[in-house]
Design a protein. Structure first.
Lengths: 238, 206
């Protein structure tokens, strides 16, 4: 006998701070020095480096030289999107990545009914387009705003969906999302993201009375991109 | 068979001198009677069986000894192999731990460098913002300077016209200068207003 070895994972408040986006570089209303020290780290988010790392790939700083203002834009569905009031007064905008790479984008159109504008430009290599969220986030859902508040560094801040409201005073048709996130001037055109980094809206204003941010839902963005934008040049937003 | 036997048994055809004897055969007795022979066979068989059993037992004992020896050798080899594997796993875990630590350090360094890059890029963008504002201010300042120069030129002209009108003593000429004075006043007010706006803008410039 041979032995064998064994084997052994909004509010309606008209006092809205209009245009959350334009953090005017204009001398008259240059934001005070409330600059954040650095990007806000977001825990429990998608991918390596979290949402901030993800946002760096598709969120851009916008400078409107004609109106001396700054805002935010992001790539989405093969195009660049920002707010109408950010692009107002200009035929082209100066965009920059979080790391300072500049490129120019032309304003190809804006919506007459919602605060959205479409841009055409060639972003630097490495730019990706975020996925679209499945649906409008429900009340209580945690959301994130990725943008350049006060024309500063790219920052991701978190908030919660408080509900929907209408803002006829801002010439924005349809319901918009009200979020607890304290968006600042410069956040206009910022994508509103879910925990997985998918776009669920576009930030466009701030309710000055309560500090709540306002964002157009994804459905509005889809409708805008599917429609035919207006190409007339608007006046700078004061 | 030898010829002698033939002779002895009397089968040869050659006649002998003796008398004839009956040609009968009586078997000669070979040993003891049957029971004794059986016992002897049994003893022989038993002895043979005992010898065979002893040989079988000996073989089994030898075989078990060989098997036990093989198991013992294999067990020692397995223990030695297991010891080597444990030390290899420990060495691998140590390397993994070191690598994880290095990756964490690199992640921290990358994050720090990205923050520095972001900060520097931000400073650059703000510098460009300021440059844009300053270019606008410079352009505005040039316009204000032109407006102030127009005001100055118009004022000097008005002064010269006034002096000429006064020297001529013609009251109608003085009356005619009123509209010119109003235009000069408007031009200067506009230039002054633009200048004030520019000064405010310069004071608020980043």
């Amino acid at each position: 006998m041979r032995p064998r070895p064994g084997t052994a994972a909004a509010g309606l408040v008209v006092a809205l701070a209009v245009v959350a986006g334009c953090a005017p570089a204009a001398p008259a209303s240059q934001p005070t020095s409330t600059v954040t020290a650095g990007p806000i780290a977001v825990s429990g988010s998608a991918g390596d480096g979290g949402l901030l790392g993800e946002a760096r790939r598709f969120v851009f700083r916008v400078r409107n030289d004609q109106c001396l203002s700054t805002g935010t834009a992001f790539s989405f569905a093969g195009t660049l999107v920002t707010n109408r009031h950010v692009a107002a007064g200009a035929s082209s905008l100066q965009l920059a990545t979080w790391s300072g790479t500049d490129f120019t984008a032309s304003v190809t159109g804006h919506s007459p009914t919602v605060d959205l504008a479409r841009l055409v430009g060639i972003p630097p290599a490495g730019t990706t387009a975020p996925a679209a969220g499945a649906s409008t986030p429900a009340v209580g859902t945690q959301v994130f705003v990725a943008g350049y508040p006060e024309g500063d560094q790219l920052t991701v801040t978190s908030g919660t969906v408080l509900g929907t409201t209408t803002v006829p005073a801002l010439d924005v048709a349809g319901p918009v999302l009200e979020i607890s996130d304290t968006v600042k001037p410069g956040n206009s055109g910022s994508p509103l993201l879910d925990r997985s980094g998918r776009v669920v809206g576009v930030v466009f204003a701030l309710n000055a009375s309560n500090g709540h941010g306002l964002a157009m839902p994804l459905s509005t963005l889809h409708s805008f991109l599917a429609g035919r934008p207006t190409t007339s040049t608007l006046a700078c937003v004061a | 068979m030898s010829d002698d036997r033939l002779v002895d048994e009397g089968w040869a055809g050659r006649p002998g001198p003796e008398t004839f004897a009956p040609l009968t055969w009586s078997p000669a007795p070979f040993g003891p009677p049957a029971p004794r022979r059986l016992r002897r066979w049994l003893i022989v068989a038993l002895v043979a069986l005992l010898v065979a059993a002893a040989a079988g037992t000996g073989y089994l004992a030898w075989s078990n000894y060989r098997t036990a020896q093989n198991w013992r050798h294999l067990d020692q080899a397995q223990v030695a192999r297991a010891d080597r594997m444990v030390s290899q796993v420990e060495a691998a875990n140590s390397r993994l731990s070191t690598l994880n630590s290095q990756v964490a350090t690199l992640d921290g360094q990358v994050s720090s460098l990205q923050n520095q890059l972001s900060s520097v890029a931000n400073q650059k963008e703000k510098a460009v913002d300021q440059a844009t504002v300053l270019q606008q201010l410079l352009s505005a300042a040039a316009n204000v300077a032109d407006n102030l120069q127009q005001c100055l030129t118009a004022t000097n002209q008005l002064d010269a016209d006034l002096n000429a009108a006064v020297a001529s003593g013609d009251a109608s000429r003085l009356n005619a200068l009123q509209s010119e004075a109003a235009q000069v006043n408007a031009t200067c007010n506009q230039a002054e207003s633009a200048n004030q706006q520019l000064q405010t803008a310069i004071q608020n410039a980043p």
